[in-house]
Design a protein around this ligand. Structure first.
Ligand code: WTA
Length: 649
């Protein structure tokens, strides 16, 4: 806990040039809460509107009338906002820098070139019969065509649904069928970490499972591999692309028209199609991108996510392009050809802002500082993280080793549902506490409640709610408005339930403690699994840890810890004892793990999220029915976990 209470001021040199000061943040935040209508009417103007809106916010979270409509009577086009309006002033500025899987492979696309490519792509979609409102599924590697496909959909008013290229045919088919998408865009193969990913083969299998739903398949050549093409259904992008013009006027869209669907897993049931709209989403993406990352005209911004996740949507494509920024698109993985890759690429492209996930940071931390120090990293001025609570130890490593204590870290808390960042230590506006999400972004009103829904004031620990809408809020669950109501507004009527637990400290900083479904109750004490994990990970021997609850006769729930040790460490009884001691010392005896299982790897989704559902089942000795493991990056790890389970009672 000593680490966790540390405070770092933003470096004076950074603060002197920052877009925000503490005063400006306070002023803008107060204005955004005092009069949201006035605040967002003003900030909506950052976009180009074909027809200006007269009302910013038209939202009700009441069960009888649930609707989320921002800038409802305005009209705009997202692709025109991301491309066309920059042409006069930034035509020759790089929109994207593509860094291939092979470090020798990279390519820059200017805003002018992007315009041509997207217009052509849009005309290809039209030629394939795609119309406004149609759903188009994108199953692509991290290549430029993935972004052209997104922006082309936006240009003609089609709704894209990106399915991460690591998903199985089964998962892809389920998503295609759910949104009745007749067009699928894919590539012959993807390339990641030197390995080929058989996308077209998977797409064919998915189309088969989806039983005739897929009418057209548009295929991009990435590796030139020979793939089967089905007559009448499949077309190569380069062939059809040669037959269309590069002139495609943007379609005027209502601000509330859908922009995209993105499937995300809930704690129960099949993935839900989170639906985002046009105007509100883009205002939020652009504004958060500018303030969270202290954006300047000459920045080179690198978000290392995949476009298959919301982070890629908002902070590789829509936010940066709406701001006329230069965005890096990376095809590979952090450890290929070696653990120095991120930092080498930062040097190569003179990246100024780097944004990644704690899981990547921990993986690299395991390799020590050597690979980091192989690169200069002098261009980097700001670091960011997203996706899960970052344990203070990883934060410190990121801060001191990667950023050489020069660069502030923005720990951005948000969700697929929120469209963009919601809680963040805005750089220049606040001090940093390692591991703290810190403060709400403009317009975000937070509330902590106890299990009974009673509001908690001051320093407190509870369930995190948002009490009023923000422009980036999802509009509904595609095709299932009842599920939208049920999932987010039924636990605490009239308020948005995030599903996360959160602590507000005595200084008013917010600390996300992890999903509430992961909170455990030990002898009547509520504990964030993230807190125990953080303690474990701060032990020298530990690379990664995941903690779940399991039924315990005396305590109600016991603490079950899965631990991955660092290379060269011997995982034995002595280490077990030492870890228990360490956790007791870090948090207190109530946090002592009851069972510790050493594991070579944790079950993770391909986006790096630990699948706790599986860990909980194994911890509960209920491993015969682990449910769907198809989304795991490496399904093999599960066998080892079951073999070596510690609870056999
Ligand atoms: C978690 C990713 C702590 C949280 C953008 C949330 C975080 C879920 C952070 C959403 C963070 C995301 N600190 N926890 N900075 N960022 N989370 O939909 O539990 O993939 O509810 O969106 O990730 O995950 P999603």
């Amino acid at each position: 806990m000593t680490e966790a209470s540390k405070t770092y001021p933003v470096q004076a040199e950074f603060a002197a040039k920052a877009n925000l000061t503490p005063e400006k943040y306070r002023e803008m935040y107060a204005a955004s809460i005092a009069d949201p209508e006035a605040f967002w009417s003003e900030h909506g103007k950052r976009l180009d509107w074909i027809k200006p809106y007269t009302i910013a916010k038209d939202v009700s979270w009441e069960a009888s009338d649930l609707h989320v409509k921002w800038f409802a009577d305005g009209e705009l086009n997202v692709s025109a906002n991301c491309i066309d309006r920059h042409l006069a002033t930034r035509g020759d500025k790089p929109a994207f820098i593509w860094e291939g899987d092979d470090p020798a492979d990279s390519h820059t696309v200017t805003y002018k070139q992007l315009h041509g490519a997207v217009c052509k792509f849009a005309n290809v979609l039209k030629k394939l019969g795609v119309k406004k409102g149609d759903r188009v599924t994108i199953y692509m590697p991290m290549i430029l065509e993935a972004t052209y496909a997104m922006l082309a959909c936006a240009r003609i008013g089609a709704i894209h649904s990106i399915v991460f290229g690591g998903f199985s045919p089964e998962a892809l088919a389920g998503r295609i069928v759910d949104c009745e998408s007749e067009v699928l865009i894919t590539a012959d193969e993807g390339v990641r970490g030197g390995r080929k990913v058989p996308l077209k083969v998977n797409a064919d299998a998915a189309a088969k499972i989806a039983k005739g739903m897929v009418k057209k398949m548009l295929v991009v050549r990435r590796t030139g591999a020979e793939v089967a093409m089905e007559e009448g259904r499949d077309v190569w992008l380069d062939e059809i692309g040669a037959t269309v013009s590069a002139d495609c006027p943007p379609e005027p869209m209502k601000a509330t028209d859908p922009l995209f669907i993105l499937y995300t897993s809930g704690s129960t049931g099949k993935p839900k199609g989170v639906l985002h709209g046009t105007g509100g989403y883009l205002v939020w993406a652009a504004m958060t991108h500018e303030y969270v990352f202290d954006l300047k005209e000459d920045d080179v911004f690198w978000c290392s996510a995949d476009v298959g996740w919301v982070t890629g949507h908002t902070y590789i494509v829509y936010g940066p392009l709406a701001n006329g920024a230069t965005s890096v698109l990376f095809e590979g993985i952090p450890t290929y050809p070696d653990a120095s890759r991120f930092w080498q690429a930062c040097d190569k492209h003179q990246v100024t802002i780097f944004y990644t996930a704690p899981t990547a940071i921990r993986a690299l931390m395991r390799e020590g500082s050597g690979p980091v120090e192989k690169a200069s990293r002098k261009s980097i001025r700001l670091l960011g993280t997203v996706g899960e609570p970052i344990n203070p130890e990883a934060w410190e490593w990121y801060y001191h080793v990667v950023g050489e204590a020069r660069c502030p870290i923005v720990d951005t808390w948000w969700q697929t549902e929120t469209g963009g960042t919601m809680i963040v230590p805005l750089p220049g506006a606040t001090d940093m506490k390692p591991g703290a999400g810190s403060h709400p972004f403009f317009g975000i009103q937070l509330e902590l409640v106890d299990a009974e829904g009673q509001r908690l004031d001051g320093a407190a620990d509870g369930n995190l709610l948002v009490t009023d809408s923000w422009p980036g809020q999802m509009q509904t669950v595609y095709g299932d408005h009842d599920r939208f109501l049920e999932t987010y507004f039924s636990a605490y009527p009239g308020k948005y339930f995030t599903g996360d637990g959160c602590r507000r400290d005595e200084d008013g900083f917010y600390w996300i403690t992890g999903r509430v479904d992961d909170v455990i109750n030990v002898s009547g004490h509520r504990m964030g699994t993230a807190e125990v994990e953080s303690a474990l990970v701060s032990h020298d021997a530990v690379a990664e840890a995941a903690v779940v609850g399991y039924p315990h006769d005396v305590k109600g729930q016991g603490i079950y810890a899965y631990v991955t040790v660092r290379q060269g460490v011997v995982a034995d009884e002595d280490l077990r004892r030492s870890l228990v001691q360490h956790v007791r010392a870090e948090i207190g005896p109530i946090a002592s793990p009851d069972l510790i299982q050493f594991a070579p790897g944790l079950p993770k989704t391909r986006s790096g999220k630990i699948m706790r559902r599986i860990l909980r089942k194994i911890a509960e000795n209920e491993f015969s029915n682990l449910g769907d493991t198809s989304t795991l990056a490496d399904p093999e790890v599960v066998h080892d976990l079951v073999e070596n389970r510690q609870n056999r009672g």
